[in-house]
Design a protein around this ligand. Structure first.
Ligand code: ATP
Ligand code: LTN
Length: 328
């Protein structure tokens, strides 16, 4: 049995990309592993957040974890800021991470290119170290993430190896788990960029979007000037993206979908996808409404925080001792 950790930031509404790249894999992995799924609110505040919105979104994400099928009897679900060991470990790891390593993080470099540095916080610069702490605190061996997070799991590995070499065996070296299909769901209006709440509103499906809007976004997705429904990322990125979405949602392989729609035009294919997606997302939304304001959600998060604090505080004791900090 492996220990699995992953997290999602409450920095915006959850997208279909988050579901396919991350949550759908959490749901699969929970059956045979010891899983911890976190709402990483400390990561969200690396950029400005409105406090009431942040509180609301933090609970929205926890409720969506459950609505998407994460089972609290199988996995631990908790809020990052309720477990102080994350911050405690992050500081120790920061003192064992080089500035040069952080300078190489492509997500950070892209942000600097786009926005300059004057409005960037040091939190956004060091956040890969907090992410490493999230992972290493629980001796996680597998980290399910979308493609954009690979470099951050890689730096967590590097930090763990370095720490173990310096202080003796302490951390499990984590590996990433990236799905074969859906590791990078693309924007429906611009299939060369990642689907993200910060890209385009029309190109991004939110898990809490109105079904009518979902249908509209799928029907107006950019395709190409041909008419064949074939998976070919290079020449047909739009249709390939829609095929990936269809495949994950329906559990039908891309090959079978290609055969099923061999005589259909793009309009027919999109309509079938929209029907499937609306059914799928509507059932998530129904469960979300039931769970969101229930006492059950608070109870699950309280229990999750207890479990995570137990593991985290034991680990932090060991780490403090190794580093030479006084701790009974
Ligand atoms: P932003 O888009 O605002 O930078 P994000 O969606 O990447 O944020 P999170 O919400 O924390 O950030 O992402 C949670 C998980 O969802 C991560 O594992 C990330 O890799 C994955 N993910 C996000 N967008 C996509 C996408 N378009 N395709 C596949 N996986 C994705
Ligand atoms: N940095 C990630 C979110 C995240 C995470 C983690 C993912 C924070 N801690 C630990 C996996 C494991 C992001 O921005 N999507």
């Amino acid at each position: 049995m492996k220990t699995i950790f992953s997290g999602i930031k409450p920095s915006g509404d959850l997208t279909l990309g988050n579901y396919i790249g991350a949550i759908s894999n959490f749901v699969q992995l929970q059956n045979e592993n010891k899983c911890l799924f976190c709402v990483v609110d400390l990561h969200a505040i690396t950029v400005p957040q409105e406090k009431l919105e942040l509180r609301k979104r933090t609970k929205d994400i926890a409720a969506l974890y459950l609505a998407c099928g994460i089972d609290p009897n199988k996995a631990t679900i908790f809020i990052q800021s309720e477990v102080s060991a994350h911050n405690q470990l992050a500081w120790i790891l920061e003192c064992n991470t080089y500035v040069g390593e952080l300078n190489r993080m492509t997500q950070y470099k892209d942000k600097v290119l786009k926005e300059g540095t004057s409005a960037l916080t040091s939190g956004i610069y060091t956040y890969p170290v907090l992410m490493a702490a999230d992972i290493l605190l629980y001796d996680s061996s597998l980290v399910p993430v979308g493609e954009d997070q690979l470099q951050h799991v890689e730096i967590a590995r590097d930090i763990a190896v370095r720490f173990n070499n310096k202080y003796g065996e302490t951390f499990v070296i984590p590996e990433h788990y990236v799905p074969k299909i859906g590791a990078r769901i693309m924007d429906l209006q611009n299939p060369t960029i990642k689907m993200s709440k910060s890209s385009s509103a029309k190109g991004c499906i939110l898990l809490l979007d109105d079904p009518k809007i979902i249908r509209k976004k799928i029907m107006s997705a950019i395709t190409d000037s041909e008419s064949s429904i074939k998976y070919d990322i290079k020449n047909k990125p739009g249709i390939s993206n829609l095929l990936s979405i269809f495949s994950i949602i329906s559990n039908i392989s891309i090959k079978d979908l290609e055969s099923q729609f061999v005589n259909s035009n793009y309009g027919e294919f999109k309509k079938a996808l929209a029907d499937e997606l609306v059914d799928f997302i509507t059932s998530i939304q129904k469960r979300f409404v039931e769970i969101r304001n229930s006492q059950q959600l608070d109870d699950i998060l309280d229990q999750g925080a207890i479990t995570a604090n137990n593991i985290g505080s034991r680990k932090i004791k060991k780490v403090y001792k190794k580093v030479g900090l006084l701790r009974k």
